[in-house]
Structures are given as structure tokens and as C-alpha cells.
Ligand binder design. Structure first.
Ligand code: ZN
Ligand code: ZN
Length: 263
């Protein structure tokens, strides 16, 4: 069994670390699989165009360089750490309205990405080519930040087009997703080291891209809470009730499994 995290940002969008630094950060911690998923904002909206201006999103100019760097780091991640690096992207559609905003990940094949397409159209385009589509933080993240509810509002329509829905994005479990019957995945939405303490996905398949994507698709996975000891988050020990009843278990060690918590 090994830990995996499929939602990481580098400095190609609004993350703090470079792609090689992310590989080293997760590789040194023994992760078996990661996906780097920088924002690629829709260019048809004003907010998307503003993001391009501010340099916090991939663009049609930087996207080919990003893909090339991911390819070379994929080899290094494997050679140096035995870690599977999956190329990814977070298609980012922001509106001033939370119910019009949608973020989703495409993992595995970035050949035909167009951030201006609706999730349904893009899913039809990329999934036959082996890519996975993941709904990112589809319900309230319980953090003070932009919320993205559009995919959740459309969950019945989109269920056949989405391979998994994030049941956690960081340290919070989303009960709506957890009890929905929809396929799930847990990620950290890593932007900097302070996001490392988070729910992660646990896999037992071969550390190869195809096997990893299949395991997600077939839901052969589990979830674990991972605590990064080097970054202290005082709210965890002093205000455990903020995060809900499951937090009673958090002091027990580095990781707690979702199964243990459900008991
Ligand atoms: Zn997002
Ligand atoms: Zn993200």
C-alpha cells in the first residue's frame, strides 16, 4: 500500500514550488503516485483572462512547456524515487457566483485540452484517450476561499462523465460526497507545504500510470489522513471541534484511515 495525491499546484499556476521541487518533496516522503494539476483557466470569462494577466494560470503559450517538463520529471520521479508522476491539469472556470464556478482535473493524457470547453464536452473528448476526469472540491471546502458548486449542482447529469469526485480537499472530509454513492478520491489541493496535512488516497496497485488510473476508475482505493509533522497547525490540537467529530482520532499518529473513523 502506498500514499497518493492527485491534486498539486506548481509555480506554473498559483503554487509555490516548482515542478522538480514538488517531485522531490513527495518523493522524499515516500509517496507512490502523484499528479501535478496546474490551473488552466477558461479564457472566455473576464476572471479567466484576468488570471492570465496575473500569471496564475497556464496559458496556450506555457501549456506545451508544462507538458514537456512533466514528461522529463516523470522519468526522474521514477528513477530517483520509484514514484509515478501523472501529468494533469485543473480546468478552472471561475465566476463571481459560486454556483456558476467549476474546477475539474484531467489526469493522464493532456493531448487535447481546451479549457473553454464545458466539462461534458471535454470529458467526451479526453476519456476515450485514456484520461480521467475528476470533480475538484465540488462542495463547500469549509475554508474562506472561492467555492465551486456548479458540478455538484449537475451531479446527476454528469455522473456518467466524471470518474471520481473529491471526498476531501485538504484536511476536511466532505460528507455530501462520502454518502452520495458517487466514486471518490481524496487529494490535498497542494499549493504550498502548509497544505500537506491532508486526506490522501491510498492505493495498492502497481505504481504505473495505467494501473493507477484504473484503480481510481474501479475505486480500488482507500483514504488516509496524513499529518505533516514539520508544519505545526495549532488549530488541530487546540480546536479539534472545528473540523467535526472525526477529529477525535487525529492525535493517534501520522495517518488514520477512513475505515477506522467510520467505525
Ligand atoms: Zn480548484
Ligand atoms: Zn487546485
Amino acid at each position: 500500500m502506498y500514499l497518493a495525491d492527485f491534486h498539486l499546484h506548481s509555480n506554473f499556476s498559483d503554487g509555490k514550488l516548482s515542478i522538480p521541487a514538488l517531485v522531490d518533496y513527495y518523493g522524499k516522503r515516500g509517496f507512490g503516485a502523484i499528479a501535478i494539476t496546474d490551473h488552466f483557466c477558461e479564457q472566455t470569462s473576464l476572471i479567466g483572462r484576468a488570471s492570465t494577466y496575473l500569471g496564475v494560470t497556464l496559458t496556450t503559450a506555457t501549456f506545451p512547456i508544462y507538458r514537456e517538463l512533466l514528461k522529463s520529471e516523470q522519468e526522474r520521479a521514477w528513477d530517483q524515487y520509484g514514484m509515478c508522476l501523472i501529468p494533469g491539469v485543473e480546468i478552472t472556470k471561475n465566476s463571481i457566483l459560486n454556483h456558476r464556478s467549476a474546477h475539474f482535473l484531467v489526469l493522464g493524457n493532456l493531448e487535447n485540452i481546451d479549457p473553454n470547453l464545458d466539462i461534458s464536452e471535454l470529458s467526451d473528448r479526453v476519456r476515450p484517450e485514456g484520461a480521467l476526469v475528476i470533480a475538484a472540491h465540488p462542495v463547500s471546502t469549509q475554508k474562506i476561499e472561492k467555492q465551486t458548486f456548479h458540478l455538484w449542482d449537475r451531479r446527476e447529469e454528469l455522473a456518467p462523465k466524471v470518474d471520481a469526485w473529491e471526498v476531501a480537499s485538504g484536511p476536511y472530509l466532505f460528507d455530501e460526497v462520502r454518502y452520495s454513492g458517487l466514486p471518490m478520491i481524496a487529494n490535498s489541493d497542494f499549493h504550498s507545504e502548509k497544505n500537506m496535512t491532508s486526506w490522501k488516497t491510498l492505493l495498492s496497485c502497481e505504481k504505473k500510470q495505467e494501473a493507477v488510473l484504473q484503480a481510481i476508475k474501479k475505486q480500488q482505493l482507500d483514504f488516509q489522513f496524513y499529518r505533516e509533522e514539520t508544519v505545526r497547525e495549532p488549530s488541530y490540537s487546540t480546536l479539534p471541534w472545528i473540523m467535526g467529530p472525526q477529529l477525535g482520532h487525529y492525535g493517534m499518529g501520522n495517518v488514520d484511515s477512513l475505515q477506522a473513523i467510520s467505525k
